[in-house]
Design a binder for this molecule. Structure first.
Ligand code: 0O2
Length: 238
């Protein structure tokens, strides 16, 4: 059996498991019983996303007044899809309760901030983390320590309060900060990761090509940042 057949077999087993296990009567009962709490659960995460997105918009606004430029190119937000959440609950062996899911899964709410320059990533991250209502839960710097496949981004898991009618809740949000080049690379690589049935040799060749592209685009990011800093220093001396 070659690698592709093994992959297809594993995917088939996973699908069978989802059909027979996660789509079992027990699981469907859980979903029905928890319909209202589930809607509420996802709505809390949507509120947390709004809070974090606003914080970045405020920082962008302040930057544009102070330095006459916007460090943020774009902000994308997403709530984890039910399918992807169920897979994570299954893979990490997390008990099927909303409390356990909230406690153990950190990326239900995601905010991706795309910047022009690497320096901006760290400035924005530091500004966010210095706010007194933000608590840092986890930080992974894949810019200083890229993944072996070439992936680069700064990941922060933060906790932010949301204020409801009668209570305050602390919600976890995954913030990914990256440059335009890192984002461009990650979207292309993401396509490859979710593509099934690529012959092994082909997969290896594309992966190596992607590593090469990641290295080149990292050099480009560095050079663009140096040029930008140079221009700024010239402006200051004028
Ligand atoms: P999606 O569809 O983007 O949501 P965790 O299990 O999340 O607590 P993990 O996996 O170590 O811990 O988290 P990590 O490394 O911080 O990465 C989580 C997310 O970062 C991924 O989410 C991707 O969005 C992105 N990411 C990480 N590594 C790569 C990579 O090599 N290539 C690309 N394109 N994206 C990456 P999901 O849940 O995998 O996917």
């Amino acid at each position: 059996m070659d690698f592709n057949h093994i992959n297809t077999y594993i995917n088939q087993l996973q699908d069978d498991f989802i059909r027979n296990g996660l789509m079992s009567d027990e699981f469907l009962d859980f979903m029905n019983e928890n319909k209202l709490p589930m809607d509420q659960f996802f709505s809390y995460y949507r509120c947390a996303i709004m809070e974090i997105e606003t914080k970045f918009n405020v920082l962008n606004e302040q930057f544009s007044l102070r330095y006459d430029r916007n460090p943020i190119e774009s902000i994308k937000t997403r709530i984890k899809s039910m399918d992807s959440l169920i897979r994570k609950v299954r893979d990490k062996n997390i008990p099927l309760t909303l409390e356990a899911i909230e406690e153990n899964i950190y990326d239900i709410a995601g905010v991706r901030v795309v910047c022009s320059f690497i320096d901006d990533i760290y400035t924005l991250a530091d500004s966010l983390l210095s706010q007194d209502d933000i608590k840092l839960i986890r930080r992974k710097d894949y810019i200083k320590n890229p993944k072996s496949g070439g992936y680069r981004s700064l990941h922060l898991i933060v906790e932010v309060p949301i204020f409801l009618q009668n209570e305050k809740r602390h919600m976890k949000v995954e913030v990914q900060l990256r440059t335009i080049a890192m984002d461009f690379w990650a979207s292309l690589e993401h396509k490859l990761r979710y593509k099934k049935n690529i012959p092994e040799a082909e997969l290896k060749a594309i992966s190596e090509d992607l590593i090469d592209c990641a290295n080149q685009s990292s050099k480009l990011d560095e050079r663009m940042m140096e040029i930008h800093n140079h221009i700024l220093s010239l402006e200051r001396t004028q």
